[in-house]
Design a protein around this ligand. Structure first.
Ligand code: NAD
Length: 272
């Protein structure tokens, strides 16, 4: 596996913490050259220093994925430094608990801007370059199990993640139609240990109860290093669907079956 990736260039957004950090560390171990982007300059600088001290070549750039101009600048900087890009991880994202009608307009916009437009900005900035290069490349979009099952009091998060699953599938079909050597994966994890709940602008009532439940399951979640190993295995296999938590598959199966049967959806607590 490692020989396959050594020397290749990985761009990772949201690299400074949690899943992104795990991906960066794993890619560094594989000998990849790293382009790390995050809007948190301090954590980013610390991580870049750690990875350089372990021998990785790192370009670290403070970037807000919600800005198309900043994502284009990230691409330009990556090309200037490394001459090409092989893996693009559109990973940055934030959490927002709250019922559909209770979230404020600014909370909805923040979620759409970061979780959805952030990935769209990544695709618009980098996919033309990947196509021009004409060599194998891979795009990995971090969605969530929330991208596959609908969770109450997680309205904005669920909407953005389901949109990312759809966007990833569309992209996969588009690249296949072009016969391009660029593959796509959509990463749909359950709980992974990270700082994501720190980005939640906590609500009240049922949303607060869900927040507390999520906080615990994320604290006890899969270590990011373990997730990263599964993700790179899927990349090597050019596998589109990455579902690292098999315990959530029955909920997905039940949802799919209810669509096919025309029965009403039933929420299963096990979905958390
Ligand atoms: N942790 C989980 O249980 C879990 C489960 C499923 C999906 N995810 C998804 O994984 C991705 C990574 O989240 P995480 O759990 O590692 O959280 P995290 O908060 O630990 O890391 C996210 C990183 O993204 C950065 N970020 C946030 N907004 C940004 C922006 N606008 N521009 C650039 N960087 C930004 C943060 O500064 C942070 O370093 C997210 O898309 C999240 O929705 C997480």
């Amino acid at each position: 596996m490692s020989e396959q990736q050594a020397g290749r260039v990985a761009v990772i957004t949201g690299a400074a913490s949690g899943i992104g950090r795990g991906l960066a560390e794993h890619a560094g171990q594989l000998g990849m050259r790293l382009v790390l982007a995050d809007r948190d300059p301090q954590r980013l600088t610390t991580l870049a220093g750690e990875l350089r001290s372990r021998g990785s070549e790192v370009l670290a750039r403070t970037t807000d994925v919600a800005s198309a101009a900043e994502m284009e600048a990230l691409r330009d900087a990556a090309l200037k430094r490394f001459g090409g890009v092989d893996l693009l991880f559109n990973n940055a994202g934030v959490m927002q608990t709250g019922a559909s009608w209770e979230l404020s307009e600014s909370q909805w916009r923040r979620m759409l801007d970061i979780n959805l437009l952030g990935v769209i900005n990544g695709l618009r900035a980098f996919v033309p370059t990947l196509l021009e290069q004409g060599r194998p490349a891979h795009v990995i979009n971090t969605a969530s199990m929330a991208g596959l099952v609908a969770s109450p009091f997680l309205a904005a998060y669920t909407v953005t993640k389901q949109a990312l699953v759809a966007l990833s599938e569309v992209l996969h079909h588009e690249l296949a139609a072009l016969g391009a050597p660029v593959s796509v994966s959509v990463l749909c994890p359950g709980p992974v240990a990270s700082r994501i709940m720190a980005s939640d602008q906590a609500g009240a009532g049922a949303a607060a109860a869900l927040g507390a439940q999520l906080e615990q399951s994320i604290r006890e979640g899969m270590p990011a290093e373990e997730l990263a190993a599964l993700v790179f295995q899927a990349i090597d296999e050019k596998r589109f669907w990455i579902l690292p938590h098999p315990q959530f598959k029955p909920a997905l199966q039940a949802r799919t079956q209810s669509i096919l049967d025309g029965t009403n959806p039933v929420f299963q607590l096990a979905e958390f």
